[in-house]
Design a protein around this ligand. Structure first.
Ligand code: DP6
Length: 349
């Protein structure tokens, strides 16, 4: 077991080797994670902050199978192949390494969110996998250790371990073990905000370029990356204060500028990374129009063309109707703050 893993290990569960099922929800960043300082350990360059949603969960069952010669992974009833399979097997290898158990696993995952469309499917996916695999392999992890483990699958998954608002620390230190130990998410205190997030799906298809590849290219080639990363630190400080005083307008303004700044860094990458589509801009225009009509509505976009609009719960239906009509074919979902990753009670076996 490599040294950086040791902090993850706690007393093995009593049902070492049993199956476990976990549920996790996607989270949407209000202060974005964009750029790694350690690719292998998935340690980010900047702190980020998100809201976990109460919709579009992933449910994942992991069963350790002493007789299996390789991991068997099914995603939405279809056997996983290629890069998706590779990432999941690599993650299971990490769990096996920590648990000191070589046995392979049978993994069955159901995603209600379209995969790879910039709708945080990897966040809910790896948070659920981390919780289920840790339990199945008998690791008894506290939430911080579970967040660090989920991070290794996909950075944003570190935040889906927690419900409500969560901050994920970039940590510091050049030493890999120290960097790994310092990079985890935790809940963020917030006042009485009563927020909703309207998810406007303008295109549910998979993105042309993975966020992993796109953020690497941005860090390596975009002259705007450094200035954005610096200003993102100030955005985070302002965001924490705005959340505490339950100032939805300030939360929205900061989130919108942080996201637009992230997309600016991508547009300046060489070659440019452009996730924003014509329908994205139509939805953004409708958000501006809502604000002109005195509705507090603020947009954020991830590695895809879809738009998430932060607003008050009381305005959510109106916001959803306006953004749905902004671009033909747009499908809307209304989300509220949701729960962190959790295990389902063991089935009667
Ligand atoms: C734009 O967590 O999918 O959604 O760590 O390479 O798996 P990897 O990336 P991922 O990136 C998410 C980027 C984002 C912003 C965010 O969620 O903070």
């Amino acid at each position: 077991m490599s040294e950086e893993h040791t902090a993850l290990v706690q007393a093995p569960g009593r049902h070492r080797g049993a199956g476990a099922t976990a549920v996790a929800h996607p989270n949407i960043a209000l202060i974005k994670y964009w750029g790694k300082r350690d690719e292998e350990l998935v340690v980010p360059r900047t702190d980020s902050l998100s809201m976990t949603l109460d919709i579009l969960p992933t449910t994942t069952r992991v069963r350790v199978d002493a007789t299996a010669r390789r991991d068997e992974v099914t995603l939405g009833g279809v056997p996983a192949t290629g890069e998706a399979l590779h990432r999941i097997v690599a993650f299971l290898d990490l769990v096996r390494d920590v648990a000191r158990m070589p046995q392979r696993a049978v993994v069955d995952s159901e995603n209600t969110v379209p995969t790879g469309a910039g709708l945080a499917s990897s966040a809910s996916g790896f948070a659920a996998l981390a919780a289920a695999a840790a339990a199945a392999y008998g690791l008894d992890l506290d939430p911080t250790a579970l967040s660090r483990l989920a991070r290794r699958g996909s950075g944003s998954a570190a935040r889906s371990v927690f419900g409500g608002f969560a901050v994920w620390y970039a940590g510091s230190g050049a030493d890999p073990a120290a960097a790994d130990a310092a990079s985890y998410a935790e809940p963020v205190p917030a006042g009485d905000l009563d927020p909703a997030l309207v998810v406007a799906v303008v295109d549910a298809g998979p993105k042309a370029l993975s966020s992993r590849v796109a953020m690497r290219r941005t860090v390596n080639t975009s002259p705007l990356y450094g200035p954005w990363a610096d200003s993102s630190g100030d955005d985070l400080t302002a965001m924490r204060a705005a959340l505490l005083r339950a100032d939805l307008e300030a939360v929205g303004e900061i989130a919108e500028r942080n996201a637009l700044g992230m997309h600016a860094t991508m547009l300046a990458a060489r070659p440019a990374v452009r996730y924003l589509a014509p329908a994205t801009l139509q939805v953004l225009d409708s958000v501006l129009q809502l604000r002109r009509e005195a509705v507090a509505a603020y947009a954020t976009m991830d590695a895809g063309p879809n738009v998430k609009v932060l607003c008050r719960r009381a305005d959510a239906q109106r916001v959803a109707a306006v953004v749905r009509d902004a671009a033909a074919g747009t499908v809307v979902h209304i989300a509220r703050p949701g729960p962190g990753a959790h295990l389902l009670p063991a089935e009667g076996r």
